[in-house]
Ligand binder design. Structure first.
Ligand SMILES: CC(C)(COP(=O)(O)OP(=O)(O)OC[C@H]1O[C@@H](n2cnc3c(N)ncnc32)[C@H](O)[C@@H]1OP(=O)(O)O)[C@@H](O)C(=O)NCCC(=O)NCCS
Length: 158
């Protein structure tokens, strides 16, 4: 990634499905099926999908649900070839910005207790652990860590 790389975050749409599926299978041991991803790539009153393009190529996505005043992160990944360069941070700040415009106040999410990169990422951005869902993941019975963070501090990280 060069200093002049062009980063754009925009609303996800059904046409992004192929690129999202390709990233999903590279990023997760239990990837969502394409039909589920397609559902999340169709914005409506509940869904707020965002994608990040780097020089016109889709390199990340964040799929959120708008639940009362909570922006619940359902699915979030960046291209393994472009990680640790701030792309997920950019997506998170854009999600906070869009969420705030839509009246959201707080991020919530579940993350695998073994997912050190994601746990580090969220903690770095001010998320706190608020609980545990024992045996939440059906593939291996792993616990989920529940995390939350107000949108304001994430916006202030710009
Ligand atoms: C979690 C994820 C989205 C972070 O994406 P990213 O583009 O690398 O994130 P950023 O570059 O904005 O932030 C980097 C920070 O994330 C954390 N992090 C990212 N990768 C890490 C790794 N391999 N080991 C430890 N910490 C890591 C660190 O806090 C890092 O900061 P540092 O480089 O100063 O130590 C990415 O690792 C990913 O897509 N993982 C696979 C999918 C996933 O688990 N999604 C989350 C589901 S809840």
């Amino acid at each position: 990634m060069t200093d002049s790389a062009l980063i754009e975050v925009r609303a996800g749409r059904p046409e992004d499905l192929q690129a999202v599926v390709k990233l999903e299978v590279r990023c997760f041991t239990d990837p969502w099926p394409p039909a589920a991803l397609l559902g999340e790539l169709t914005p409506d009153m509940l869904r707020m999908p965002l994608v990040l393009e780097l020089d016109g190529v889709l390199r990340g996505y964040l799929m959120g649900w708008l639940v009362v005043d909570q922006l619940h992160i359902l699915n979030f990944a960046t291209d393994p070839d472009f990680q640790r360069r701030g792309l997920a941070g950019t997506l998170l700040r854009e999600a906070a910005r869009h969420g705030k415009e839509l009246g959201m106040e707080e991020f919530t999410l579940e993350v695998r207790q073994s997912n050190t990169p994601a746990l580090n990422f969220y903690k770095k951005h001010g998320f706190r652990e608020t609980g545990v869902r024992p045996g939440y993941y059906v593939d291996n019975g792993e616990d989920a860590i529940i995390m939350a963070c107000p949108l304001g501090p994430v916006l202030a990280q710009e």
